[in-house]
Ligand binder design. Structure first.
Ligand SMILES: Nc1ncnc2c1ncn2[C@@H]1O[C@H](COP(=O)(O)OP(=O)(O)OP(=O)(O)O)[C@@H](O)[C@H]1O
Length: 232
């Protein structure tokens, strides 16, 4: 669904990403982006959702060059990202927040999102007071509202235990399949990524190192040398 062509993003004189070309976001699949600290993963996500302008290169979404489109235009065209906060309206319960966003974005089946993300038992809780793992699931649920075609998540497992991260990934996989949406995820937990992604892209020092299935990436000598050898 997304084609990145020769993408370079610079902060002043420093190139955080250099000449990246990769396809990502296939319906029903989870595509993870991994790499060492400072590899450029967040910058890459920011460029895709429109928070950062490319210094060079182009980004295509559904075969259209969206490099100059605003964040709002991309969202309207079905590209969603997680809110990265779970209490948009302080004091409201999880259900009240989900309801508000669902009404705003004309979500036809909030119940399915609630069930897929396993939130039925906790709907009555004030979002800010819920356990952190629940909050991360609410975060993903909020991103799912409005039938996006693609959902981009930047470190959804941050602050979660390995078990909670794996659990979050399992939910993500289920809903990607059920709703036929593409999920693109930046994640540090390599074990969860390899166990529960369909495709993995590795960035290193702002460059595209490899893209492939988890088995291909694990066996890639360049990836092992640059990243897995030390991180895994
Ligand atoms: N606003 C900024 N101004 C200048 N340099 C930046 C800025 N944001 C990021 N960088 C630099 O760009 C490089 C890539 O950063 P980025 O946050 O995209 O990497 P990352 O792979 O997401 O890292 P992490 O895993 O630590 O979150 C880093 O060297 C970082 O210091």
């Amino acid at each position: 669904m997304i084609r990145v062509e020769n993408l370079t993003v610079a902060y002043g004189a420093f190139k955080a990403l250099t000449d990246i070309s990769v396809d990502l976001g296939r319906r029903g699949q989870v595509h993870s982006i991994i790499g060492p600290n400072g590899a450029g993963k967040s910058t890459f996500m920011d460029a895709i959702v429109g928070k950062r302008r490319p210094s060079a290169g182009r980004i295509f979404y559904k075969d259209r060059d969206i490099s100059g489109d605003s964040i709002q235009r991309r969202r309207k065209d079905g590209m969603a990202r997680s809110f990265q906060k779970t209490s948009i309206f302080p004091g409201l319960t999880i259900l009240e927040q989900l309801d508000l966003v669902a009404a705003h974005l004309n979500e036809p089946d909030l119940g399915a999102i609630i069930d897929t993300m396993d939130l039925r038992e906790v709907l009555h809780l004030e979002a800010a007071r819920a356990a952190y793992g629940v909050q991360r699931r609410v975060d993903v649920a909020l991103g799912l509202i409005g039938m996006p075609d693609i959902l981009l998540l930047d470190e959804p497992g941050a602050g979660l235990s390995a078990e909670e991260t794996a659990n979050l990934f399992r939910h993500l996989r289920k809903l990607a399949a059920e709703r036929d949406i593409a999920a693109v995820v930046v994640e540090h937990d390599v074990e969860a990524v390899f166990a529960l992604s369909d495709v993995v892209t590795v960035l290193d020092l702002g460059r595209h190192l490899a893209t492939g299935t988890p088995a291909e990436i694990r066996a890639n000598p360049q990836v092992v040398a640059a990243y897995l050898g030390t991180a895994a």
